[in-house]
Design a binder for this molecule. Structure first.
Ligand code: SAH
Length: 367
């Protein structure tokens, strides 16, 4: 049975022709009535996927301490906007603010700004944060956060922003599209018009890509907006996601449902769609706007540099045997290097106003 969104997508394709992958992904995730984020609560072990803050409280706690330490390096302002973009259930922020209680002056300086497009998740975040004594506001976009220095955190946001895909043919690059095939099924296809001058827009090392190579890019301007904001108004940003350090060719569009991979064309609107973050493109965009860029480093290294092993050992010392085993398995997920672990696949990139010194977490702390 076609999902309601599939019916809508077919209607659009039959009226307007094949649909760019970007538009397909955007509709699947955020169609106002049938989009995945609009209608679902995908997180946690009962949902479709599990994110680092949902794996262990230690993740959010370390980010809270990172924020407090960045605030020191920003000059201990009396007033700072702590911003999270794409906060999911709000778990990371609760853990971060609890840990930040060890730096009372920082916590007293914070006004929290949560940037979230899904009304249902905004509501969920309000519940999660209902007992936290920090002033807080919700917004739909970063532009709505009032002027002034910020500390911005975003975990697993950028992979959920729609990607464009282009596919190399003998005479240039063409947009990859979703169409209806001869059997009447949704299928990937190739637009019938070459993208003008695309060879000059792709990174240099991609120019000799073989026929059939796929190049992905994100047209949204969030890295630019974030870079500009930090360069003009001060502050720091930390973006964590899975992806590659250097721009490379390859189709990374993937769909996950109930913790298993499925076809991205299956059940539109009812499965999660993501694509890897291109950290090279991300860093370049932020740098172009005048922000300093640090990293990316692998998540496993970043968390170790911030002292995750000590924190986990302290929690374990107080835990029951069962809780201790849970903690061990959480640490393996967060730090491990296996294919389903996050330690190596996920990367962390730091952004800052040029006046901010070195950001914590990007190299080992001196002993
Ligand atoms: N950071 C959370 C959730 C990650 S899922 C965690 O680690 O658990 C992605 C989140 O980003 C969801 O809350 C989704 O609704 C939100 N989101 C997606 N696109 C967005 C956009 N353009 N602006 C703000 N939030 C967005």
């Amino acid at each position: 049975m076609a999902t309601p969104l599939e019916v809508e997508i077919r209607r659009r394709i039959s009226m307007a022709g094949p649909m760019p992958v970007r538009q397909y992904m955007e509709l699947c995730l955020s169609h106002p009535a049938h989009g995945y984020y609009t209608t679902r609560n995908p997180f946690g072990s009962g949902g479709d996927f599990i994110t680092a803050p949902e794996i262990s409280q230690v993740f959010g706690e370390l980010l809270g301490l990172w924020a407090a330490s960045a605030w020191h390096r920003m000059g201990q302002l009396d007033n700072v906007r702590l911003v999270e973009i794409g906060p999911g259930r709000g778990t990371m922020m609760v853990d971060a603010l609890r840990a930040a209680q060890v730096v009372p002056a920082f916590r007293a300086a914070v006004v929290l700004h949560m940037v979230e497009i899904s009304p249902a998740l905004q509501e969920r975040q309000r519940q999660t944060l209902s007992n936290v004594d920090v002033p807080m506001l919700w917004h739909e976009s970063l532009d709505e956060v009032p002027d002034g220095p910020v500390i911005v955190l975003a975990n697993e946001l950028f992979d959920a922003l729609p990607v464009n895909q282009a596919i190399k043919q003998f005479n240039g690059w063409y947009e990859r599209v979703v169409e209806i095939d001869a059997e009447g099924k949704l299928a990937f296809g190739i637009s019938n018009q070459v993208i003008p001058l695309f060879d000059q827009l792709v990174p240099r090392r991609m120019r000799d890509a073989p026929i059939g190579a796929i190049y992905e890019w994100r047209a949204d301007n969030l890295p630019l907006a974030l870079g500009r904001r930090l360069a003009h108004q001060g502050g720091v940003g930390l973006v964590i996601d899975y992806g590659h350090v250097e721009s490379a060719s390859g189709d990374t569009l993937q769909a996950v449902s109930g913790h298993a991979y499925v076809s991205p064309l299956q059940s539109p609107g009812e499965v999660d769609l993501t694509a890897h973050v291109d950290f090279e493109a991300f860093g370049l965009a932020a740098e172009t706007m005048g922000a300093n860029v640090t990293g990316p480093v692998e998540q496993g290294k970043f968390l170790r540099y911030l002292g995750i092993e000590k924190r986990a050992a302290a929690l374990k010392a107080l835990a029951s045997r069962e809780k201790a085993a849970e903690l061990d398995s959480a640490m393996r997920r967060l730090l491990g290097e296996g294919p389903t672990d996050m330690g190596k696949l996920f990367k962390v990139i730091g952004l800052a106003h040029p006046s901010v010194g070195k950001l914590p977490g990007f190299e080992p702390e001196p002993q």
